[in-house]
Design a protein around this ligand. Structure first.
Ligand SMILES: [Zn+2]
Length: 478
């Protein structure tokens, strides 16, 4: 199946910018989600349907190419230019020398405070050896130790509660020899191995896993919690199966996360699902189940070029994602479809060399989303989405004598299911204790421990919300 990486997508959108800003790719194109081994699946009675968490559509904001202080636009451009001198569309022929080399912490603060105020959650990359400028767990030449420490502290205090931290491999530019810590030497033909290029093509799963593990270890050295990774552009394109299983292997061994996840794919065609893909599931009926969750974005970099050189115009961009009447736009379409709406930018693109244009666009998008869909969406981190989807896909669901039996390999908050309703009340039993569920006024009032009748009275169905525990749960009519 054709691969479709983010940089290709960006090339497509920016070359088409003069016409329609938001090209969604040829409609006949196959879904960009990879055909990899999904592993085991349990029995799930079709009369029980797992819905969205708390009955709301998950929304998440994905930020790539962020790190501490280093402006990846400024430092990556010349390295990409050297690696791919003939890249079309002038992608790397830009006046990078005139750009700021730093994205200041004052901007991180402004951004983080806005997000906290508006409930935004998502993923924030920390590239651990950004563009080979310096090692965040050692020193960052060009900035003092104190600057680096303060920058990491800001991420810990301001960003951590609502953002997952991912490495985006090691440098996001040159592939590093993980034995020596030095970039691989130039190839005989004059080319370079770049992380966002095709290095993975002839690598074994272990080699790819070890490379990812090295990046994860650098994040662990920074004392930042981490349960997943982001691929720099095309990293892993030629080895999607190895990326999935190697990623699982790396995250489990370095970080010990129970439900690992990763971000790589962009799905922009409304005909394709934006639901996360639960991959490589194993041991789901035992007590040491494993899987990795592949969470796609439903947009390319919607704020403009990744490097910050050309931010998209604010009014038009907001309208194309959430229209003023809340009736159209890419995010509206996905939310109405009831599928997760994760959307994407790159940190240099958000900073846009200090112009404030992209940040404004983002702020207006968030305000509109919250104004139009406040009680229909739920801002979530990728870890929360990953855990929910692992539970949704891998929980065994059977129906016997009107009693719903769940066998869950993973716990998750706000598990929401639609079930047949045969009596006026419902009792939930978990870990040997039983309690009667409270009837809520409407789906919008659903909280864990509550239920509402679903649809019209004739349908005799109920929507039930509760915190799912690992192991056995039953819901019985009473
Ligand atoms: Zn990136």
């Amino acid at each position: 199946m054709p691969s479709f990486d983010r940089r290709q997508f960006l090339a497509l959108t920016s070359s088409a910018a003069a016409g329609s800003l938001y090209v969604t790719g040829p409609s006949a194109q196959a879904s960009p989600m990879p055909e990899v081994d999904l592993g085991e699946r349990p029995q799930q009675d079709p009369k029980v349907v797992v819905l969205n968490p708390h009955g709301r559509v998950p929304v998440s904001f994905i930020i790539d190419d962020s790190t501490c202080l280093v402006n990846m636009g400024y430092f990556c451009l010349p390295q990409f230019k050297e690696a791919w001198p003939n890249r079309k569309n002038g992608a790397y022929d830009k006046p990078w020398k005139t750009w700021p080399r730093e994205i200041p912490d004052s901007f991180v603060r402004e951004f983080g405070e806005f997000c906290n105020e508006h409930g935004v959650k998502g993923k924030y990359s920390i590239v651990p050896y950004p563009a080979c400028v310096g090692w965040l767990d050692r020193s960052l030449p060009g900035w003092s130790r104190r600057d680096l420490r303060a920058s990491l502290d800001l991420v810990r205090k301001l960003m951590l509660p609502n953002w997952d931290i991912h490495p985006e491999m090691i440098s996001h530019t040159r592939v590093i020899d993980i034995k020596s810590g030095r970039p691989l030497p130039q190839n005989a033909d004059g080319s370079y191995w770049m992380e966002n290029g095709g290095w993975c093509a002839s690598r074994s799963r272990d080699e790819i896993a070890n490379y990812i593990a090295y990046a994860l270890q650098l994040i662990k050295n920074l004392d930042l919690p981490c349960e997943g990774f982001t691929t720099p552009g095309g990293f892993g394109n030629p080895a999607k199966q190895h990326l999935s299983k190697g990623g699982l292997q790396a995250i489990r061994s370095v970080l010990g996360a129970e439900v690992p996840h990763y971000f790589k794919y962009v799905v922009t065609n409304i005909a394709h699902s934006t639901q996360p893909q639960v991959e490589a599931a194993r041991g789901i009926s035992g007590d040491a189940a494993e899987c990795i969750v592949n969470i796609p974005s439903c947009t390319g970099d919607y704020l403009g070029t990744w490097d910050g050189a050309s931010p998209n115009p604010t009014a038009e961009t907001v309208e194309a994602h959430v229209s003023a009447d809340f009736q159209s736009g890419r995010l509206v379409d996905v939310i109405r479809k009831g599928e997760p709406a994760c959307f994407l930018t790159h940190w240099p693109g958000m900073y846009a060399n200090g112009t404030g244009i992209a940040f404004n666009t983002f702020k207006e998008t968030v305000k509109r989303l919250n104004a139009g869909f406040k009680d229909r969406i739920r801002w979530m981190k990728l870890t929360e989405i990953a855990r929910y989807w692992a539970a949704k896909e891998l929980t065994e669901i059977t129906l016997r004598d009107d009693i719903v039996h769940l066998g869950a390999p993973f716990a998750t908050k706000g598990f929401t299911i639609e079930i047949p309703r045969t009596r006026p009340a419902l009792t939930l039993r978990q870990s040997g204790t039983a309690h009667r569920l409270t009837r809520a006024e409407s789906v919008r009032e659903l909280r864990p421990g509550t239920w509402v009748p679903s649809g019209d009275a004739e349908a005799k169905r109920a929507i039930v919300c509760f915190d799912l525990e690992k192991g056995e749960t039953t819901i019985a009519p009473t």
